[in-house]
Design a protein around this ligand. Structure first.
Ligand code: ADP
Ligand code: MG
Length: 254
């Protein structure tokens, strides 16, 4: 079975502005395998969102090409789902209607089973008839994740999904996403500027240079496994974690 899901080949993107073109990302080469949890770290403005938009098909490339399962990407597609920092839930629909929105739109016959599955997974069964404004930020972000996952995308793209949450809720959501990924093994490409978040969620952490961003190093890590398998484990006390964290910090300061 083909393991490679995404292939990014020599991709550069420039934006046209009044004072000429600005190169946002440069010479990006990257592969994502099925069931990878890839986290992209980089300084503000280095081009992380640009790269995510390249994968989602929202923007045009200046150079290079992106393939999903060997097919050239030319625009957005339903095999890719995006979770943003702003949840973009529809305020006039209740939680159940928000989650069912995608499948309803495509008139899929019976999604009741997967709806039940996801509303239980996110722990919001008791809130399914509530409206988004009645939920906390963390709850809303869980709804946004369920709403994306119910479409069964092959690739889930997340742009700083927990960036707007307070520290406690961010930790809860990280725990939630880590366990969910361990259970369901979907494929994720996630952006964050939080090194600890990157190192405790992903199996691969990619570090981007300052603008115009290019990928300067990759770390293959398994701290998520230690967290999942050992209740007593504290990543920040693990010498290997501290070492990796330092190495990334050094790269980000170049
Ligand atoms: P990040 O997500 O890492 O903060 P972005 O991808 O948003 O970075 O932006 C990378 C660079 O491209 C920045 O210099 C930003 O100002 C510029 N940029 C982003 N989007 C646009 C746009 N639509 N038009 C012009 N310039 C843009
Ligand atoms: Mg961004």
């Amino acid at each position: 079975m083909e393991k490679k899901l995404v292939d990014v080949v020599d991709v550069s993107v420039s934006y046209d502005g009044q004072s000429g073109a600005t190169k946002a990302i440069e010479n990006i080469n990257m592969q994502i395998n099925k069931s990878d949890f890839v986290v992209l770290l980089g300084p503000s403005g280095c081009g992380k969102t640009t790269l995510l938009n390249v994968l989602s098909g929202f923007i045009k490339l200046s150079e290079g090409a992106v393939y999903i399962k060997g097919n050239l990407i030319t625009g957005p597609g339903k095999e890719r789902g995006v979770v943003f920092q702003q949840t973009n839930l529809f305020p006039w629909l209740n939680i159940e209607q928000n989650i069912r929105f995608g499948p309803d739109l495509q008139k899929k016959v019976d999604i009741s089973k997967s709806y039940d599955h996801y509303i239980n997974i996110i722990g919001l069964k008791d809130y399914q008839k509530h409206y988004p404004f009645e939920l906390s930020g963390g709850m809303q972000q869980r709804v946004a994740i369920a709403r994306t996952m119910i479409n069964n995308p092959e690739l889930i793209l997340m742009d700083e999904p927990f960036g707007a949450l307070d520290a406690i809720n961010r930790n809860l959501l990280q725990d939630f996403l880590r366990s969910l990924w361990a259970d369901e093994k979907f494929t994720v490409f996630m952006i964050t500027h939080d090194i600890d978040e990157a190192l405790t969620l992903g199996n691969r952490v990619l570090v981007m240079s300052k603008s115009p961003g290019t990928i300067i190093q990759e770390f293959n890590v398994d701290f998520y496994l230690k967290i999942l398998n050992d209740d007593e484990y504290i990543a920040s006390l693990d010498p290997e974690f501290v070492k990796t964290r330092k190495a990334i910090l050094n790269l980000l300061q170049i």
